[in-house]
Design a protein. Structure first.
Length: 318
């Protein structure tokens, strides 16, 4: 028995180097924790929703494949390539990974299972951006660890997808806020049957309670009918421009074009006025351009990160 035990090779515990501490590419605010507008507000802008759905939905439908770098041979896929997260379909995981890259410039997966033979991840959990807080080193140049729901998580149990640019909440906060203000203004105009104004009383002054009652009845009556009746002592004066005079439609088209530029999407995809004359021939070219210029930065960010040594074996790539 002793002879056999001496002849056996010593068992070594599989170990894979964790991802290097992700570098802080700009400053501690790179990952959009302090922005003038948040994601839920930005999704109140139709042009943002359209851009977001175009980008995330198209990439989510693309399959993930494993290849050998040296020969380009397609290899058998590990289970997690078909379903990274145990509790949701692959398309959902990829869509929201791209979503976070679009809005925040970064996305996170947490490792939940590992292969026993080499210690590499076997399953992940997608983490919503608001659940994760990076912990920086003293110079704020690298991320040493994370807090997930307030609990510390080491780098080796996190997969950080860094975008090729800062998120649109950081880069386009002013444009998004202006577009949101425009949506609010047009909503108020739509809920107001007549242009804003004031009622002038040329007779005896009314009690404040009577004034409030008059204004309430005026608003309710205008919601039910457009024709108004005033006594000889009351006069209605318009104090603002009508929605048509304010050119809300033209302003919305302009901001749709601005948001298309912000999201790197052709304006005609958002039905914006700019560059919306497309023929069949240049439409096909535009779709190819959409993949190569709009989608490829997100695709590369995901493929390159999952091809790193702590996730995929050396010599292979996604």
């Amino acid at each position: 028995m002793g002879i056999f035990s001496r002849a056996e090779s010593k068992q070594t515990k599989p170990s894979v180097l964790a991802q290097y501490a992700p570098q802080n590419l700009n400053d501690p605010y790179t990952y959009s924790y302090f922005t003038s507008i948040d994601r839920s507000q930005a999704l109140g802008i139709p042009a943002v929703v359209r851009s977001r759905n175009l980008i995330t939905g198209t990439i989510a439908a693309m399959p993930l494949e494993l290849y050998r770098k040296s020969t380009g041979e397609e290899l058998g896929k590990p289970v997690w390539l078909d379903q990274p997260c145990f509790n949701q379909p692959r398309s959902v995981t990829i869509a929201y990974t791209v979503d976070n890259l679009l809005f925040f410039g970064v996305s996170y997966w947490r490792v939940t299972e590992r292969y026993q033979e080499d210690g590499r991840p076997a399953r992940f959990e997608w983490l919503a951006h608001h659940r994760v807080t990076p912990q920086y080193n003293k110079d704020a140049t690298e991320i040493e660890s994370y807090l997930v729901d307030g609990n510390p998580v080491s780098n080796e149990n996190m997969v950080t997808f860094q975008g090729l640019s800062d998120g649109i909440l950081t880069m386009g906060g002013r444009v998004l806020q202006a577009a949101l203000d425009l949506e609010k203004a047009s909503a108020i105009a739509a809920s107001t049957p007549m242009p804003s104004g004031y009622i002038k009383n040329t007779g005896a002054d009314l009690d404040p309670k009577e004034v409030q009652g008059l204004l309430s009845q005026w608003k309710q009556a205008r919601s039910n009918r457009s024709t108004a009746y005033l006594t000889s002592t009351l006069e209605y004066n318009t104090a603002s421009f009508s929605p048509k005079d304010m050119m809300y439609n033209e302003a919305k088209q302009d901001y749709a074009t601005q948001i298309a530029r912000l999201c790197n999407v052709d304006a005609f995809y958002l039905s914006a006025d700019a560059n919306n004359s497309m023929t069949y021939s240049n439409l096909l070219d535009s779709r190819k351009q959409f993949v190569s210029l709009t989608l490829q930065p997100f695709i590369s960010a995901i493929e390159d990160r999952l091809s790193m040594n702590d996730v995929t074996a050396n010599g292979n790539e996604l």
